[in-house]
Design a protein around this ligand. Structure first.
Ligand SMILES: NC(=O)c1ccc[n+]([C@@H]2O[C@H](COP(=O)([O-])OP(=O)(O)OC[C@H]3O[C@@H](n4cnc5c(N)ncnc54)[C@H](O)[C@@H]3O)[C@@H](O)[C@H]2O)c1
Length: 444
């Protein structure tokens, strides 16, 4: 099939590359000319394992191309996927200006191109409040009388494992209002569900809701375990043991129940707020989702009070080392990253910062120019008054602790990701503060 992806962010690029991989002819359209130029040179503007290779392979095979030319891109397509951002507006609602701008562009292009053999299918892939795909449909219909089909197809990929998630999805959700759109979506996705995972075809509004309900549930799990971790700290329990005991119950399960610094990234924070805002717009208070967000934001402050409790509120003349900038491992995405929130607090308290992250330092440079970039783990910690661990990259899990103790005489670690056993840290001679577990001090 001939497809056009509108927006070459995490979703548009991964979706475009994976659809090209199964033999479709894909054009990726973006208004950001610099991004498109990079992609044409064969460079990926984002770090996502396996993505660069997939882009290059499919571009060389002639199945994947990049453009800023709207009319040509829309002319090319049997199916148009809207994959632009839906960030939080000031009041927490989803800002739909990019989606609606694209809808207007599509309408004008359909009108200019004229009738085609089969009407084009316009698929909303961005995460949007319930009713938005109908707004897109109505906006297009208000600008052209040429027929088209509408669908909503939320995306569930995880940054850091996006290709795998797209190639082997747990499920595919398609909201449609015509047999034609249902058939198009089934044809497109069947190669990805050969092992029998379901393609759910439903009404458009329910499809839109599935995405928010899924993200809200995952966010809820994280805030839940963080609240339990905070309770553990006050009652001398160890959240690692509590978690084990609790998660053995199959009804609870062990996924997504890790205490830490709370969730970040471009989805959970904004989608939780959007759920609350959807409720408010309908005169309904989503109290649980509002609390999930409050607990999440408070988790960073709660962690920071541990740092202040040891080093004091005035950090002038002190330096903190940071391990991890990205909001989670295997991505360079720092949107809403807890690490950035902690670094901002450190800088505001007068501290200097030296941070290491395997792939996110370039983005850190843009967000917080005052933060120094470390060459490696040990350079970040060298001479620091304390080390803060803010992302659970695999390469942070088993460092050389004797080397770390040598370069960082303070031997003070605040671990926001519970990477190590407390007993081991005591034995290695560190003062070690983590989440939901009592601190230990093995310094001699
Ligand atoms: N990032 C994720 O992990 C993820 C996962 C699932 C769903 N989503 C949802 O998918 C959507 C996109 O997310 P993202 O992280 O890929 O966004 P992004 O911000 O990384 O990328 C959006 C892209 O759209 C481009 N764009 C904006 N207006 C345009 C226009 N008029 N025409 C063409 N291009 C335009 C921007 O230049 C940018 O490159 C959001 O609604 C998000 O909530 C994201």
């Amino acid at each position: 099939m001939r497809l056009t992806m509108v927006g070459t962010g995490y979703v548009g690029l991964v979706t475009g590359a994976c659809f090209a991989e199964t033999g479709n002819n894909v054009v990726c359209l973006d208004v950001d000319a610099a991004k498109v130029a990079m992609l044409r040179r064969g460079e990926s503007p984002i770090y996502e394992p396996g993505l660069s290779e997939m882009i290059l392979r499919n571009a060389q095979a002639g199945r994947l191309s990049f453009t800023t030319e709207k009319l040509a891109a829309y002319q090319h397509a049997d199916v148009i996927f809207i994959c632009v951002g839906t960030p939080s507006d000031e009041d927490g609602s989803a800002d739909l200006q990019y989606v609606l701008r694209v809808a207007a562009d599509i309408a004008d292009a359909i009108e200019a191109i004229g009738p085609t053999a089969a009407p084009k299918t316009v698929v909303v892939k961005s995460t949007v409040p319930v009713g938005t795909s109908h707004k897109v449909r109505d906006l297009i219909a208000s600008r052209t009388k040429i027929p088209f089909h509408i669908a909503d197809n939320p995306e569930f990929l995880k940054e850091g494992d996006a290709i795998n998630d797209f190639m082997k999805p747990d499920r595919v959700v398609c909201g449609v209002e015509s047999e034609h759109a249902a058939a198009v979506m089934r044809d497109l996705y069947e190669p990805f569900v050969r092992q029998g995972n379901p393609i759910f075809v439903m009404d458009v509004r329910s499809a839109e809701m599935v995405k928010y309900a899924s993200n809200a549930m995952l966010a809820c799990k994280i805030s839940f375990i963080n609240e339990i971790a905070n309770l553990c700290e006050r009652y001398g329990a160890n959240v690692t043991s509590v978690r084990e005991g609790m998660c053995a119950d199959k009804r609870i399960g062990n996924q997504f129940l890790y205490p830490g610094l709370g969730y970040g990234g471009s989805c959970f924070p904004k989608d939780t707020l959007a759920v609350v805002s959807m409720g408010r717009a309908a005169g309904f208070e989503c109290e649980l989702n509002a609390a999930v967000h409050r607990v999440n934001q408070a988790q960073r402050s709660h962690f920071w009070t541990k740092v202040e409790g040891v080093l004091g509120k005035d950090l002038r003349g002190k330096r903190l080392g940071f391990w991890g900038v990205a909001f989670k491992p295997r991505t360079d995405d720092i949107r809403e990253a807890p690490a950035i929130a902690l670094m901002e607090r450190a800088l505001a308290a007068g501290a200097a910062i030296r941070a290491f992250d395997p792939v996110a330092l370039e983005n850190l440079g843009k967000a917080l120019p005052a933060a120094e970039h470390a060459r490696d783990l040990y350079h970040a910690a060298e001479g620091a008054n304390a080390l803060v661990i803010s992302t659970e990259w695999n390469e942070f899990r088993a460092p050389d602790f004797s080397r770390l103790a040598t370069v960082m005489p303070s031997k003070l670690i605040f671990d926001g990701r519970n990477l190590y056993r407390r007993e081991a840290m005591h034995a290695h001679g560190f003062a070690y503060h983590s989440v939901g577990r009592a601190p230990v001090d093995g310094r001699r």
